[in-house]
Write a new protein. Structure first.
Length: 95
């Protein structure tokens, strides 16, 4: 998970892309393969702005509104509504 804040969406996107490039260099040195098809990125922002897409290994990373990480569901507005809803659905199926 990479986190960046700035008032300008273009600067934020540039910072995030620089971090992706640094991580890709690290992965290349240590021969770690990252599956770009399973990677997603989410922009957590309350204001609407045009954010550029992220790239890893010169391939575009899928942009989603809901991301799952360590069994938590993160919605683009950083509230718990989607996580609680999906958890309740899982519990209803089990019982």
């Amino acid at each position: 998970m990479i986190y960046s804040t700035h008032g300008d969406p273009d600067v934020t996107s540039t910072i995030l892309q620089n971090h992706h490039n640094i991580l890709f260099l690290f992965y290349s040195i240590w021969r770690i393969k990252i599956n770009e098809n399973k990677s997603v990125h989410t922009i957590f922002a309350f204001r609407h702005g045009q954010f550029t897409s992220a790239h890893l290994n010169k391939e575009s990373i899928l942009k989603v509104e809901i991301a799952k990480y360590l069994r938590l569901t993160f919605y683009k507005y950083l509230n718990w509504k989607k996580h609680i809803h999906l958890s309740k659905l899982k519990l209803n199926i089990q019982f």
